[in-house]
Design a binder for this molecule. Sequence first.
Ligand code: SF4
Length: 372
Amino acid sequence: MLNGVDLVAFRKQLLGWFRQFRRDLPWRQTKDPYRIWLSEIMLQQTRVAAVIPYYERFLKRFPNVQALANASEEEVLRLWSGLGYYSRARNLRKAARQIVANHGRKFPTGAGDALALPGIGNYTAAAILSIAFEKKLAVVDGNVSRVLARLGAIRGDIRESQRWHALQDSADSYLDPDSPGDWNQAVMELGATICTPKSPQCLLCPIAQFCEGRKLGIAESLPEKRKKRANVEVTLAAGVFADENGWTLLLPPPEEAHTAAPADYVPTLVSRMWHFPTVSVTGDPSAKLRTSLRKLLRDGRNGSLRLAPAGKIRHSVTYRDITIVPFRISVKKLPRIKGARRVPLHDVTSALPVSNLTRKVARAVLAASAAR
Ligand code: SF4
């Protein structure tokens, strides 16, 4: 642990580097907690380059917390569509409603109140409150924990609770009390651009002289890998109706997923969004899909449906490796299915929120039709 003169120099060097070289990102041009909050939620598990267009589009439609609180979940999900991890969007809207109802439309400035909002954990609360309000709260996320593990040459699984607490303690002790917002961003920036997972660029690092991992020649191997959960293979069959005018049908978002759902639980795999009729299969995909469609269709047309296979798609959702077998079902007139809505097949995202899995299915069916 650094202290005294070393700690002063350490902070000065990292902050100086950040202020000179930081990337010019849209959420760095504001102190508005709403905008910072939105960026922090969008950046979870998602690359900066992917986030920027979503962030700008979202703010155009929902420029403040009141606008977001007034929106329907469906509209929020539609603007989030393609960014993944949709519980983030659902929680964002729920939290906006709580901020309007309980905090006079202002993001709370206390950690306790911030942590009570849906979708906000220790990292997100510390990031928002330090950047927007200069609260002295140190962040620890994946990037920061890697930097800290290397700086302190910490071996073993850093996600193990004791080590994680030790990392939080060292983050707290390093935090510059005069500039907590910039400090947190500086550590995150270092992790994102210099102290990267595979090849840390120690020669360019502004704090290399303080790094125990580098001195011991083990920086690149830190943090040590933790045991990965084994991946599970899942196969799905999806039925894509297509009428003569290019319209298709999507089923409504499934109800809340039950806890301890199996790996092939379709509502989870379609991110509880609008989706094509989809079933999990182990044997013949068309037979299982046909049986499922029989239950859905109420006008007895199932027997005459022609299921044309449209290749295979690969997709992954956390630990699941999914193979989807889509079928085009060409019909003169779309069947009636309870709750289903008509959308153009070439643009299924135009009116309804859908997951990436559903987009891929639509694309595969269109590509297969074009190739015929
Ligand atoms: S010296 Fe290398 S390993 Fe250490 S913090 Fe800097 S980039 Fe990371």
